[in-house]
Each structure stands twice: as structure tokens, then as C-alpha cells.
Ligand binder design. Sequence first.
Ligand code: WT7
Length: 664
Amino acid sequence: MPEEAASGNTPDLESLHHETQTFPPSKEFAAQANATADMYDQAAADPVEFWAAQARDLVTWKTPFTETLDWSGAPVARWFADGTLNAAYNAVDRHVAEGRGDRVAIHFEGEPGDTRTLTYADLQRETSRAANVLASLGVESGDRVVIYLPMIVEAVVAMLACARVGAPHSVVFGGFSADALRSRIADAEAKVVITADGGYRRGSASALKPAVDEAVAAREGAEATSVEHVLVVQRTGQDVAWTEGRDIWWHEALEAADVLHTPVWVEAEHPLFILYTSGTTGKPKGILHTTGGYLTQTAFTHKFVFDLKPETDVYWCTADVGWVTGHSYVVYGPLLNGATQVIYEGTPDSPDKGRWWEIVEKYKVTILYTAPTAIRTCMKWGEDIPNRFDLTSLRLLGSVGEPINPEAWLWYRRVIGADRTPIVDTWWQTETGAIMISPLPGVTVAKPGSAQTPLPGIMADVVDDDARSVANGGGGYLVLSQPWPAMLRGIWGDLERFKDTYWSRFRGIYFAGDGAKKDADGDIWFLGRVDDVMNVSGHRLSTTEIESALVSHPMVAEAAVVGAADETTGQAVVAFVILRSEFADGAVHEDVQELLRNHVAKQIGPIAKPRTILVVAELPKTRSGKIMRRLLRDVAEHRAVGDATTLADASVMDLIATGLTRPT
Ligand code: WT7
């Protein structure tokens, strides 16, 4: 990439700690595993037919498809295009119709300790009611609905209700600000927003509705959004402002609604959801996913990567539905497969640091899927905390969101998995919709720190700058060379940006934005992003987006943001800012850091708050004016500053170094 030299995120092969221990599957696990080694051969023989077989086996179609893949409109794929189906029917109704209505779908655990259990039959009644409410509000197939909810049962019900009526949902993570919510609502042109009065977080009720009120209303410089109604779930009982005619209590509307609803059958390529994610520019991208292919691959991966046995397993994915992991592995994958799962509202340390393990013990969780950042946090808290609980029900552990360092992998396996459970390190992205690269439990000899192998039916490779496949031992860029069923179908409203972002770096193949290395066996090790995307606690943040937020503050003249290595969160946001001259001369505002951190929280959300803000007099730039983030990363990570010879003004780094008197 031409910007590469300047942004400086070249995959760093040397920094990779190579763990040489391997973990073959136990005989007992292998004997009962869903996955078999010959799946790779079957898929390799005819990948398209392999996916067709999965689609017939794992998904119920209203009208069967006769055509599997149409790639003639590349890079927009069409999978199973002449088939019709409904996602909510597949996730819920068919289980009831086939006699599984009494199976528990969701064990809900609220942060304050309230619980709720829903069977598949309960879920069918709730989603049908909610679908009838949406229909009564004029939501029709194709209309967009934004969901801004805490991690409560209603979030799942709301998503499925949208799917029932054919209305693509766009879930916005509850940690995003009113401004971020507003831009997503506007971009999706949503008709309805589903929210709550608030949710419980770290022991107290945290409001959500005020952000929605602020996001949808007209204000200076912005018209009112397209939103006609706001459905409000009562979760905390806190006071809310109310706009008559627009706002509707969820519980009142559902109570009055019919429990029967016929799902709207849609074509396989009908949009199922839009999910906004950070890119390399300031504006978040609305990643578009459609129905048939997405459901096929989420069900397939959930069944084989997690070895799901729906009659006996209790599955728990700790992700929030605001992220793609929550879409694919809390909502669609598990429910399609008829799983029993745990949903937990709050944080791992509420009311104390044993909460997660207490939940595992209480519900006898067998499969746990979480992020390296959470594992590292638990490591820091100490193993005596999980050791206090009975975790013997666990039989498989998963990891997602960022590379898992071997040390965390080994701790996860030893302390949480009793040195017995397989671990699956699953690589994928919002864009890929479902897991792409992962060991298969019961088949793969696991290597701590490596995601290892593309799943059957997935064609991934590591290539050099000229798109040539690197030899084993080499490093480069991760690409996906053939279309896959759950792939994004575009960026909402911006086909050009879709082509530019993913398909222009290497002609005709998908560029993921990740650096990777192949080891001597050809197994894949991920090395982090090679673009201006940061990964903080497994959440994707854009350097440019945070820079834009910073310069929108009147005190800031210029800003540069980098992701600096952080022991717990993987990366942390570090911002370098130049203040406007009227603020910069001599007396730096005492709480400028706090002021700007809060400004970013207001603009984007608390998750984007820089860990550190450094006020500097200059930023290192190339002669063409491009900020050399590589050098700033050296500063942020307290390293000797690397090669600065391409700087327009070589003295800048000294200036920055001497000016760094007050790191926060
Ligand atoms: C980026 C995608 C996939 C759901 C959560 C994040 C990084 C994700 C791994 C992994 C190494 C990983 C990549 C990827 N990533 N999983 N197992 N090993 N890196 O979804 O927000 O779309 O971010 O997360 O850099 O590109 P996302």
C-alpha cells in the first residue's frame, strides 16, 4: 500500500513470541467431535458444492435454492439467490415446529442478579409480538430499524423481530454517544429506534434514552432524523423524557400485540442487517449482510468450531450484541443450531471479580467464547479467583477479537480449562460475517497463539506486496481469495468505497487489513492491523475518526492518534495534539487532557477515549505532509525513535521528546 511507509504499520515478524508447545486433541474429545479431518478434503474437492450442502443441511428454506454462487457481479456475491427463507423462522419457529419448543434458548442473568429463562416457545411468542408491533408502526420489509439496547433479552428479541418482518436491523453498541448514534441513524435512514430507559453497568443504572432523544431530534445545524417512533424497553425504571406520539413503551405495546405472526419470506440476498464499523477514514462503514449465506456460515461455524451438541451444551459468548460477535455468535449461530445459551448483562467485575466464574458454575456452562483482553484482565486479577469456582463443566474455550498471546492462551487452558479443554482461536471480521480461520476442535493439533487454518470451504492466504503467496516462514498480508457465504455484500450506500477498501489493494481478492505470517507448517499467525485501524480490547477504532473528533474541539489545531501496545487491552489509544496558539502559549490548560478525553467520549463514545493525550508543539510529517505515525508509536511505546530520515523537518522528534514532560 502506498501509504504504508508513512503509516508504518508493517507487520513486525520479529516481535512475535513463538510458542513451540502443541496440544493434540484428546482421544475422548476427538471421538465425539462434530468436525472430522475429511471435511477439508470434501470442501477442497468442490467448495461451492460444500457450501450448498451446508445450506441445505443447516438452514430451512421456504423455497429451496437451485443456484449456489453467482460471482458474475464481483465483488458483490450472490449466494443461494433463488431460495427464500426467514432468519427468525430459522432461529426460533422451526425449533418449536420440530418439537424443541420446551428447550431453554436463553438463561438471562442481569447485572443486579435478576434472572429470566426463555424457552424456544417463549422466544417465538415474544418475537412474534414484537414483529406485530413493528408492523403496526408501519415497518415494512426493507425498512431499517436501529437498536440501541443493553445486553438484555429484548436485544435478541428486537433483532429477531426485525428479521421476521424483513426489516434490516442496525444495532448500535450502547457505549456509543448520541452523536455516533445520530450519524448511524441518519446513514441507515432508520424508521424506528428500539432502546431502553437504561441498563445496569458496574453496579448502577446507566441511562440510554437521553442519547436517543438527542440523536433523533432536530438541532442547530441538523434536521430531525427519519425516525418516526422510538420503542422503549423498561429495564431500570429510571425517569425518562417522553415525546408523545413518537415514544412507545415496549412492554405496553407487546402486551397488546398478538402472539401469532407469520414470518415474511425473503430472498436469500435480502439484507438482514447493517453493522457500522470503523475504517481507515473518519466515517464509519455500514457493513451490509444478507440472509441465506450469512445464516449458512454462522450456523456451520457455530456447530463445528464450537463442537455444539444442542441437547447437552450450555453455551456462553460474552460479547455484546452491539458487535458482530454478538450478531453471529449470540443471536444467529447459536439460535439457528437450537443451542441453550447464557446472556449476561454486565461487566466481569460486578459485584466482584468472580462474577463470570460464578455464572459458569451456576449454569454449568460447557462452551465459553470470549476475548483475549478479558482473559488478560482475569490473569491480572489472579487465578485464585476462578479457582474458587467449579468450572469442571467447561469442555471447550474460544477466543476472538485480536491475536491471543501464547501466555494468555496457556493460562486460559490451564486455569479455566483445567488443562483439558481445546481452545479455538477464531479469526474473522465484521466484514466476513462469520469465523474464517480457526482450529477445528477434535481435529487440529493446537498451537498457542496461532489461528492456524482456514476452515473447510474458505480460501485464505498470506501474500507479499505483489500479491504473491509467501512461502512457509514468510510474512505479509492476509487475503481471502474466493468468495464465502457470509461475506459482506457491500458498504451501505457506498459501492465505490466497498471496492476501494477491500478489492483494490490486490486485484480481485479480498484484502483484510491484517498482517500475518505462515509458520514452517503453513499455519497462520496474525500480527495485527496494517492500516490505520486500532484494536482496543477487541474493539475496532479508527485513528482518523478519533483525530477528527479531537480537531473538532476549539482548543485543538492538529491531532495524531496511534494505537500503542498495551498489556491488557492489546492496544491503547494515544493522542498527540497541537493546541491552537491562543491556548498553547505557555500556560497549558491544567485539565486539557481530561477535557479532550471527555470530548472524544461525547463525539464517539467512552470506548474511544484516549488513554493518554500528549500536548506537543509539532507533529512528525513527511515532505508530502503525511503524519509518520510509526515514529509517534515509538514515542508512545517508550522506544528509541526509529528511522526519521524521511521527515520534512528532522528536529521535530527532538522537540516532541523534550516537550513530553507530563504524560498522563
Ligand atoms: C479485526 C476485526 C471478529 C469479531 C471481533 C472483531 C482482529 C479478530 C482475531 C484473531 C487475530 C483478530 C483482526 C481483524 N481479529 N479476531 N482471532 N486473531 N486478530 O471484529 O471489529 O470487525 O475486527 O479484529 O485485526 O481484522 P472487528
